[in-house]
Design a protein around this ligand. Structure first.
Ligand code: FAD
Ligand code: SIN
Length: 577
């Protein structure tokens, strides 16, 4: 039965393809069937990323193999049930999460869905490509690139997205804490009073007013629309929390405090598929093609050779350079030896492409370290853990700063402590408030104890001082006034007195590169005279100016959706006019 369906689909696709011009050929094909081969997918489970591969033979999924994951052994039956269901139905549509293992099964379904998309050619790996043309090339399949592509395609442009990695999502896959927006429909439904002005002021203050205020004004103006836009594609943005530097609760993420990035990528990739947008993975852009100062395409490198795409517009959405340690050290020698939270494709490839176009790199030396990376690894302990109540304690067993200071200040404070690392400490009530914490538990990062005395013993810090610290914090919390470090009442949402108690050793890690390509509020790339470069747009972490000298938690995901959409709109308007 299944085979028959696919044979009919194959025949139909051949008929459709035969009647199309070459530009649409791939798109129609990918609509119809899964191609044979092995295809990878990625999804956020309960305990971190689940990476798997599906095997497709004769256009049918014949096997699903888990490549890596950190789910507990108790999740294995649920994983097998999901695998069996997909093998039987040949789709993830209509398959429900398994109760008791909801997050694991959702992660499995996301990963399998991504792999199925890959098999349909929604993103293609290492195929042979020849020179071609299209309206718009988007470079980078992270959040900014996907938002730009969806926006441009929905206005009628023919778009190709190029991604150098084997998988889509870039750093966006790892975003956890949330997306900042003020005056949103979600805030209103929850009675949260906020204003775009407050979002603007917080962003400027957090960035030491180095920010380009016109870019910030656009960011805060359009951020609530970005939330609604994501919701319109099926995103869940219903959990609203508060991160450091924000005056109000405005950081949006899925229910239960689950990680925002993998969810958004799953939603965007589904929309990309629905709009038949071509995404080519393992297609690395090596340079721009330009003619008399106008950008007219890109040169691309694949495992099978090089080719070029002539396009009416190019959108650069290649992300930051937080994994290019040479570049980081060049701009900030003091960060030598720091771990990074970034995916390894964050290497800043685009900066050399624009130098011949006289495009300035704004604030390129503004590099953010995040205070709470797990010591010695690339795993980020989300700021939302502190936002939901955790404190930081040093080796003397005492607090040393307001845990809700902005990242640069708090990182400096941690680096001033003995051993340059400290412990993030929380209780069961904080754990229950934030699903993201389950990932840390399953990865074995958390030290657990039934009493504060036992936790101090397990951490090897002075018991008396630590117990006193916890008691004192409970009193500050109850009174709403942190008499020691000035943490605000609403930033101490829990008294930290519900056992068990937990701790993770943390240290500052390289996290975000605030500087980059200069753009204007239309996401046009501009030269050092402020003149827009014809045919060239940029969005997301590759750009500079939005975040100034220090990005607030939650503002990057807002940035990539807002400016990704603007870049898509501006490029589509210019090529379709
Ligand atoms: P990316 O998502 O990194 O995508 C860029 C893509 O371009 C990548 O896939 C890359 O491989 C590709 N690419 C690069 N060069 C080339 C080339 N030459 N050719 C083709 N493709 C190329 N921000 C928040 O606001 N809230 C959060 O909760 C949050 N949590 C975070 C947690 C972690 C661990 C990290 C690392 C960052 C977090 N951030 C968060 C920051 C935020 O996730 C990023 O700034 C944002 O996702 C960047 O999106 P982007 O689309 O600009 O780039
Ligand atoms: C985090 O979850 O702590 C990261 C948030 C961000 O980088 O904006």
């Amino acid at each position: 039965m299944i085979k028959l369906r696919y044979i009919i689909a194959l025949l139909l696709s051949i008929i459709i393809v035969a009647s199309c011009d070459n530009r649409h050929l791939e798109t129609e094909e990918q609509e119809a069937i899964m191609q044979d081969g092995e295809f990878e997918g990625l999804g956020e489970g309960r305990s971190g990323m689940i990476k798997l591969a599906i095997e497709v033979r004769n256009h049918i999924i014949t096997a699903i193999r888990i490549i890596s994951q950190s789910e507990s052994k108790f999740a294995q039956p649920a994983e097998q049930q999901i695998i069996d269901a997909v093998l039987q139905k040949q789709t993830v549509e209509g398959i429900d999460a398994i109760s008791g293992a909801t997050l694991t099964s959702r992660g499995m379904l996301t990963a399998i869905g991504m792999a199925i998309d890959a098999s349909k050619g929604v993103w293609k790996e290492e195929a042979e490509y020849t020179d071609t043309t299209c309206d718009i090339v988007v470079i980078g399949a992270g959040g900014a690139g996907m938002a730009a592509a969806i926006q441009a395609a929905s206005m009628g442009a023919n778009v190709i997205v190029l991604e150098k990695q084997g998988i889509i999502g870039g750093n966006t896959n790892y975003a956890t804490g949330g997306l900042n927006a003020a005056e949103t429909s979600v805030q209103k439904s929850q009675g949260i009073q906020d204003s775009k002005k407050s979002h603007f002021d917080d962003t400027m203050v957090g960035g030491y007013r180095l920010n380009d205020s016109s870019l910030v004004a656009t960011l805060v103006e359009k951020a609530p629309d970005a939330v609604d836009w994501l919701i319109s594609f099926g995103a869940d943005m219903s959990n609203v929390g508060k991160l450091a530097g924000s005056s109000q609760k405005r950081t949006h993420r899925p229910e239960g405090g689950a990680a925002v990035g993998p969810h958004i990528m799953a939603v965007l990739s589904r929309a990309v598929q629905e709009k038949n947008i071509t995404v080519r993975t393992r297609n690395k852009v090596t340079s721009l093609i330009s003619d008399n100062g106008k950008v007219t395409g890109v040169n691309v490198e694949t495992a099978n050779g090089q080719y070029r795409i002539e396009a009416k517009a190019v959108i650069i959405a290649t992300g930051g350079f937080g994994a290019n340690l040479t570049m980081v050290e060049n701009y900030r020698p003091q960060f030598k030896g720091f771990n990074t939270s970034n995916h390894n494709g964050a290497t800043g490839d685009a900066f050399k492409w624009v130098s011949s176009l006289n495009v300035p790199l704004v604030d390129i030396d503004q590099i953010q370290i995040h205070p709470t990376g797990e010591k010695g690894s690339h795993i980020l302990i989300t700021e939302a853990v502190r936002g939901n109540g955790a404190i930081l304690v040093n080796r003397q067993g005492v607090r040393f700063a307001n845990e809700m200071l902005t990242r640069d200040k708090l990182s400096d404070a941690i680096l001033g402590q003995t051993g340059k690392s400290v412990f993030i400490v929380f209780d069961q009530s904080v754990r229950e408030s934030l699903a993201a914490i389950e990932n840390y538990s399953q990865q074995g990062l958390m030290v657990t104890a039934n009493t504060t005395t036992q936790l101090a013993q397990a951490l090897g810090i002075p018991e008396g001082a630590f117990v006193e610290t916890m008691d004192k914090y409970g009193k500050w919390q109850a009174s709403g006034i942190d008499g020691e470090f000035g943490r605000k009442g609403e930033e101490m949402p829990r008294p930290l007195n519900q056992p068990p108690y937990y701790a993770i050793e943390v240290e500052p890690v390289l996290h975000h590169t605030m500087g980059g390509i200069k753009i204007n509020s239309n996401a046009e790339v501009v030269d050092s005279n402020g003149k827009a470069i014809e045919g060239l747009y940029a969005a997301g972490e590759v750009t500079g100016g939005v975040h100034g000298g220090n990005r607030l938690g939650g503002n990057a995901v807002a940035d990539i959706i807002v400016y990704g959409r603007i870049a898509g709109t501006s490029a589509a308007e210019s090529v379709l006019k």
